[in-house]
Ligand binder design. Structure first.
Ligand SMILES: Cc1ncc(COP(=O)(O)O)c(C=O)c1O
Ligand SMILES: Nc1c(O)cccc1C(=O)C[C@H](N)C(=O)O
Length: 411
């Protein structure tokens, strides 16, 4: 595909005007929105307003006057339609890790007599770590993490499994699971499902209710563009609410925290899953970032995401200088998310050389360069630029410069 035809794709792109609503530095091609989304201009305005008018002028009265106290629910309800959830099932709070802990404990309590958390061995590590933490807290008689490969999940779904915890889109490979089929398989085996939507929410339609999902978590800082450390979200289907008590019994999850009763009484519905005081600035930033989704359909977002990744993969495949890369991301559209992962033995140095030339990607050990495509602000021109700079880095062998071996703490 020629650069001209990519320009035509940008001209025909109905989502293209959204890019102007982001602050993107000049000369940078940002392909890391699958790790940290770019800054929406609306976020800067919302934060200024919250700091100056709300906190700065109205001080503590803002909890009522500006409804700070309701933000975990208000922002949760703004996320709900974007992941296919009817109202009353989603709250915005904490991090994915903490929300996983609360929901895994809930799942074990909802399935007494079953003790296994089944997950994928190459799931994002924090998902596995939280299950390991619960395992050591409760003891293996009551909780045991079992892992399987993607292909081995169905076989591992036996009558000991209380919950199958999966990430819809794999952070390393970009491979996407079939949420509907796997949820059905878990239910057929008598287990619950807990989906991590970190790499799907905001990048594609998700149908939590329609797929009969039991539980889900997701983050605010990737495709929702809520900013570094943005609060996460948690979904618990109505049918499971208040059947058991979650373990992190903080006062914001109390039925009436401002009674200051010494006795914990769980809140009604999903609000029970709130714990401590919400970070208001982070909530306001995410709320403003979510407003960008009001004018777009998630199916249009998905169509553009697939077109961007497909164009990128096709261009990489046709360049002789890029034959040493192995594409780990499935070609089939139903099987991939919004990133393309290329494996190469020199992946780290290559990622650094790309970043040095303004193509912001990231590296995942041991050998993956990830190219994340955020449909709200990435263009087909970004695809062309990334491929041409990658060709240049490979042909010139500039990545062999020893300066590209220096590793920072965060990659
Ligand atoms: C799939 C997945 N789950 C969880 C996390 C981390 O979640 P948190 O830092 O919000 O706990 C990430 C990325 O950071 C992720 O990619
Ligand atoms: N959450 C992150 C952070 O606090 C610092 C750096 C990166 C991240 C990430 O989100 C990593 C990401 N989940 C990944 O897919 O690798």
């Amino acid at each position: 595909m020629s650069t001209n035809s990519l320009e035509a794709l940008d001209s025909a792109d109905a989502l293209a005007p959204l890019r102007a609503q982001f602050d993107l530095p000049a000369g940078v091609t940002y392909l890391d929105g699958n790790s940290l989304g770019a800054l929406p201009r609306a976020v800067r305005e919302a934060l200024n307003q919250t700091v100056d008018t709300e906190w700065g002028s109205d001080l503590i009265a803002s909890w009522n006057k500006h409804r700070w106290i309701d933000l975990p629910v208000t922002v949760g309800e703004a996320i709900a339609p974007l992941v296919g959830a009817a109202p009353g099932q989603l709250v915005c709070c904490d991090s994915i890790s903490v929300n996983l802990f609360k929901l895994l404990a809930t799942a074990l309590a909802l399935r007494p007599g079953r003790r296994v958390i089944l997950s994928q061995g190459d799931n994002f590590p924090t998902d596995l770590y939280m299950a390991q933490g619960l395992e050591s807290l409760l003891g293996q008689q009551r909780c045991e993490l079992r892992t399987a490969s993607s292909d081995g999940l169905l076989e591992a779904l036996d009558s000991d499994v209380a919950v199958m915890m999966l990430t819809e889109v794999n952070f390393r490979t970009g491979e996407k699971h079939d949420m509907r089929a796997l949820t059905q398989a878990a239910h057929d085996a008598g287990a619950l499902v807990l989906w991590d939507l970190a790499h799907s929410a905001g990048a594609m339609p998700v149908a939590l209710d329609a797929c009969n999902v039991d539980m889900a978590v997701g983050c605010g800082y990737k495709f929702f563009n809520g900013g570094p450390g943005a609060p996460a979200f948690l979904y618990l289907a109505k049918r499971h609410q208040n059947a058991v008590q979650q373990p992190l019994t903080g006062w914001m999850g109390h039925r009436n925290g401002f009674e200051f009763s010494p006795q914990y009484t769980p809140g009604v519905g999903v609000s029970q899953y709130l714990g401590g005081t919400p970070g208001v600035l982070g909530m306001r930033a995410l709320q403003a970032a979510l407003s960008l989704f009001e004018s777009v359909s998630m199916s249009a977002v998905r169509d553009k995401s697939l077109a961007l990744t497909e164009t990128f993969m096709a261009r990489v495949a046709e360049q002789p200088s890029l034959v040493a890369f192995k594409c780990l991301t499935p070609v089939s559209p139903e099987q991939r998310g919004s990133q393309v992962s290329l494996a190469h033995p020199e992946a780290f140095a290559i990622s650094q050389a790309l970043i040095d030339r303004g193509i912001i990607v990231d590296f995942r050990a041991p050998d993956i360069v990830r190219f994340g495509f955020a449909p709200l602000y990435n263009r087909f021109a970004d695809v062309a630029k990334a491929v041409s700079v990658l060709e240049d880095v490979m042909e010139s062998r500039h990545y062999e410069d020893p300066k590209y071996q220096v590793r920072a703490k965060v990659t």
